[in-house]
Design a protein around this ligand. Sequence first.
Ligand SMILES: [Zn+2]
Length: 216
Amino acid sequence: MKFELETHHRNIPDEELIEDLIRVAKEIDQDKVTIDQYNERGKFHNTTFNRRFGSWFKSLEKAGLSKTRNLNISNEELFENLIEVWMSLGRQPKYNDLTKDKSKFSSGTYEKRFGGWRKSLEAFVAWVNDGAVPELPVTSPSMSTRRTPRNINWRLRAMVLMKDGATCKLCGATPRDGAKLHVDHITPWAEGGETVFENLQILCEKCNIGKSNVQV
Ligand SMILES: [Zn+2]
């Protein structure tokens, strides 16, 4: 199958395609170019690039614009993803664990950001430790007023994970046994338990559900 419109681009040298991609990047004064941005300003169509180089990302790579692919991903997002992988594996992730089915980002993304896999883990731990003294918001005179939100933020999740390990505190199940782990309020939030490090623990889904049944 072939699209007529594309055929006359077949003879265009790679360099010319790449040059045009770089030109558009300069024109919009950015070091990354989205498909839409290119199609709006480029001489060719993104499908020409995809056919020639395999994908849009590979085209950017050829043009030396690939590093910027993950420019908009914050460190927090990378750390959050690491926590998810950690929880699903039940142990500290290794370089080769960041497969597409388990991880939103590749190990390479971490390497580029932090200068190596080990350094990524170190940066992660430093980030977790940064929140190691959880601040309890100023006590409200009214007991009915919540001091903390119910939602457990990522840093707290990571801290609890580092404290308890990826193991259910009640039954000892781990993801390796097929358990799905949750971060649980020891004193339920509904009963006045705050969302603070001391009141959080790792539970497997079974125990978590069992616990809330007992409460009801
Ligand atoms: Zn359990």
